[in-house]
Design a protein around this ligand. Structure first.
Ligand SMILES: [Zn+2]
Ligand SMILES: [Zn+2]
Length: 134
């Protein structure tokens, strides 16, 4: 697994330091849209010299190279995920968790002249299965 990750980093001209490999590996393992804090908490035991700034800088670099996408669902909280497939997001209004859900097929009407769409993120809101049962 780590070799594939190293290759993936090298392909986009990122030198595969241990920290970068670990962060990318963690992102591959999760679909929970972690924040910088989440990633830091999960990796600090294994990487005692890690700082939140480092995590942030690595994520910025990954984003520049289009490996990850930053997502802002809540004010001032940025979450990250690997760019793997097209999906929509569903945020639970009760517990705040964000889930990956299939992207709806939407046909957009033509926009006013002069607008160019580069992203069409979809965010649905509602209750997740756990909170629906409460
Ligand atoms: Zn919920
Ligand atoms: Zn997602």
């Amino acid at each position: 697994m780590q070799d594939t990750i190293k290759q993936q980093l090298t392909q986009v001209q990122i030198s595969p330091s241990f920290t970068r490999v670990k962060i990318l590996e963690f992102l591959k393992d999760t679909r929970h849209h972690p924040t910088v804090d989440d990633i830091y908490q999960r990796l600090v035991d294994e990487l005692p010299t890690l700082s939140k700034t480092t995590v942030y800088n690595v994520l910025n670099l990954f984003e520049e190279k289009q490996l990850v996408k930053s997502l802002i669902f809540d004010k001032a909280i940025t979450r990250y995920e690997l760019i793997v497939d097209q999906h929509a997001h569903f945020q639970c209004k009760d517990c705040g968790q964000v889930f990956d859900v299939p992207k709806p097929q939407v046909i957009y009407p033509p926009l006013q002249a002069g607008f160019t769409v580069v992203e069409d993120d979809v965010l649905l809101k509602g209750l997740c299965p756990d909170c629906s049962q409460k």
